[in-house]
Design a protein around this ligand. Structure first.
Ligand code: NAD
Length: 257
């Protein structure tokens, strides 16, 4: 994606500032690029530093931290305010999946890792960011759930369960914080071209495996990180100012079958 010079004067997120968790790779990285192309300034909050991100000066800051730790959330918000003056948007994108396997064979340590990484950050981020959004009278949160939340499948049950919690928490917080003009929405991707494909295929990426996945998606291809980023940018911007508590399915029609 080519990035116009910052700030993009016609961007839909001009003068907005955002924290994007898991912004170093995959879908999160595409969200960071999209936000910046729309004029936003972004703090990447990731356990790993991004590599090879060539973005306009002043448009991005990096906080190396762990979304499962409350103190890291406090430090991330402090850094965002220090660098950009405020925070308008939070994207809870960082997440992990277990290797697809029969549900009774997923080790307890994997189950714990999934629940801790996919659900607990919503709690920490709510306690850290919602008071900030409430005091400024506006805010937008976009949680990355999964199409497996409304439509769980064999062998990814614990992952789907964690994303079911993400979807429920999204609707609950939307109801609770609407009076403060804070919107909370979710995006539900189908399997997308990131490092997660191998896990979804049981641990090994393969041409045949991808063909099988493709065959299950009516629009005939896997998702792309940019597909998800486009939906997130819409939910973050003014065009969706009357939308809260909703889930946007970016799934190529997968949930129709
Ligand atoms: N790729 C898919 O097929 C797919 C489908 C549906 C939903 N999703 C969801 O989309 C989101 C992004 O997935 P992806 O495929 O881009 O994953 P990815 O593995 O490519 O990237 C995840 C990023 O999150 C970061 N991260 C992981 N744990 C962290 C932690 N504890 N603290 C801070 N950062 C952490 C990683 O360092 C990485 O940069 C996840 O929530 C995932 O569940 C992905």
């Amino acid at each position: 994606m080519s990035i116009p010079p910052y700030p993009n004067p016609h961007g839909k997120l001009l003068r907005k500032t955002a924290i994007v968790t898991g912004g170093s790779k995959g879908i999160g990285r595409a969200i960071v690029q999209k936000f910046i192309s729309e004029g936003a300034q972004v703090l990447i909050f990731d356990i790993e530093k991004p590599s090879g991100l060539d973005l306009p000066e002043g448009s991005v800051a990096v906080f190396e931290g762990d979304v499962t730790k409350e103190e890291d959330w406090k430090a991330a918000l402090e850094m965002c305010v220090r660098e950009f003056g405020k925070c308008d948007i939070l994207v809870n994108n960082a997440g992990v999946v277990h290797i697809a396997a029969p549900s009774t064979e997923v080790p307890k340590a994997e189950y714990d890792r999934i629940m801790k990484t996919n659900i607990t950050p919503l709690y920490h981020s709510a306690r850290t960011l919602l008071p900030h959004f409430r005091s400024q009278g506006a805010g937008a949160i976009i949680n990355i759930s999964s199409i497996s939340a409304p439509r769980p499948r064999p062998n990814l049950v614990w992952y789907a369960g964690s994303k079911g919690a993400v979807s429920s928490i999204t609707r609950g917080l939307a109801a609770e914080f609407a009076p403060y003009n804070v919107r909370v929405n979710a995006v539900l991707p189908v399997v997308a071209e990131t490092g997660m494909v191998a896990s979804v295929l049981g641990g090994e990426d393969s041409v045949e495996g991808r063909e099988r996945l493709r065959g299950q998606i009516p629009l005939g291809r896997l998702g792309r990180p940019g597909d998800v980023a486009n939906a997130v940018a819409w939910l973050a911007g003014e065009e969706s100012s009357f939308v809260t508590g909703t889930e946007v399915r970016v799934d190529g029609g997968r949930s129709l079958l």
